[in-house]
Design a protein around this ligand. Structure first.
Ligand code: ATP
Ligand code: MG
Ligand code: MG
Length: 309
């Protein structure tokens, strides 16, 4: 199975309104509730692709119970979330039907106690031996040490399990120093990490800091990979209109699915680019448009870039 870790799980609420304006009362035309948090999105996409996937992280309170109940209906997905005394956060996305834009509100998440963090580390250590790969995704809730991902990466490495990190800021900086097999920053995260706006220079700098491979996601421009065996670009045929939230999570799912199936780098990148663009087509994070995915996977190619990595 593939293991995903979401320390800051969420229940994602989406409100659709005709036009979003300040100082106005809005009529909500449609409401959706979904299991959320970055690793949960990754897991839902992997499960829909048919990969056995296990979800760990924290869940608590009524929202945590709702999240677990919602995940229990997903084939191929196993819940190994660790219970906490606090209440799982909600996020609210308000979709403006007129402009198509999304306005996002994210709660910070419940404070995790030292004992709960210890329980997570224990659960993680017991899940690692059964994992083909592990993905560590998203922000850290209050109470979890800033070096949490660095710790989880070292554990995965000593268990011989390939580990992917998708986070930002200081947890990303510390995580990279622990030498993960792969990091998946977006353009802003990569620039913030390295101080360089040129994605290729920045990806190479991230490798020098300890990431074995870097796949940078560049929005509608697709993916840039810098790996020990070569560098590639893979881009969608053109920009897709839709909801880009969770597109990066689908990149992670595509890369992990390819890794688990023993695909080479160009093939992994094609899957990741197609799956993420097909996620922009779909209305919500953690979901993708199946027909668009198949069509895009047949049309996208990965182009090798000159120069040693
Ligand atoms: P998130 O964290 O919300 O999941 P992200 O900011 O990490 O997303 P992005 O770089 O925005 O990730 O998008 C991930 C990938 O999704 C891109 O590399 C690209 O392959 C695809 N993608 C994103 N936006 C578009 C778009 N408008 N058209 C086509 N593909 C897109
Ligand atoms: Mg983005
Ligand atoms: Mg992202």
């Amino acid at each position: 199975m593939i293991l995903t870790v979401t320390l800051n799980t969420a229940v994602d609420l989406t409100y659709h309104v005709p036009t979003l304006r300040q100082h106005t009362t809005h009529r909500v035309t449609e409401t959706q509730d979904r299991p959320g948090g970055k690793g949960v999105n990754v897991a839902r996409v992997l499960a829909r692709l048919g990969h056995p996937t296990t979800v760990t992280g924290f869940a608590g309170g009524p929202t945590g119970a709702w999240l677990r109940e919602a995940l229990s209906g997903e084939p191929h997905l196993k819940d190994a979330l660790v219970p906490i005394g606090g209440t799982t956060r909600r996020t609210v996305a308000v979709v403006d039907a007129a402009g198509g834009d999304t306005t996002q509100f994210n709660e910070p998440g419940p404070t995790v106690t030292a004992a709960e963090w210890e329980a997570l580390k224990k659960a993680y250590a017991s899940l690692l031996p059964g994992a083909e790969a592990v993905a560590l995704c998203g922000s850290l809730p209050p109470g979890v040490p800033v070096g949490a991902y660095a710790h989880l990466i070292r554990e995965a490495r000593s268990a011989g399990v390939p580990v992917l990190l998708d986070t930002s800021g200081e947890p990303l900086r510390r995580g990279i120093a622990a030498r993960p097999d792969l990091v998946k920053p977006n353009a802003a995260e990569l620039a913030d990490l390295t101080g360089t706006r040129d994605p290729r220079h920045a990806a190479r700098a991230a490798r020098r800091r300890g990431a074995r491979a870097v796949v940078a996601s560049l929005g509608a421009e697709g993916l840039l990979a810098e790996t020990p065996v070569g560098a590639w670009r893979a881009a969608p045929p053109g920009p897709v209109r839709g909801n880009p939230t969770g597109a990066g999570d689908s990149v992670v799912a595509g890369l992990l699915a390819g890794l688990a199936e023993g695909a080479d780098w160009p093939d992994r990148l094609v899957r990741a680019a197609a799956l993420s663009a097909a996620t922009v087509h779909a209305s919500a994070a953690g979901e993708y448009d199946e027909a668009a995915y198949r069509d895009l996977a047949a049309r996208i190619t990965a182009t090798a870039l000159p120069g040693a990595a």
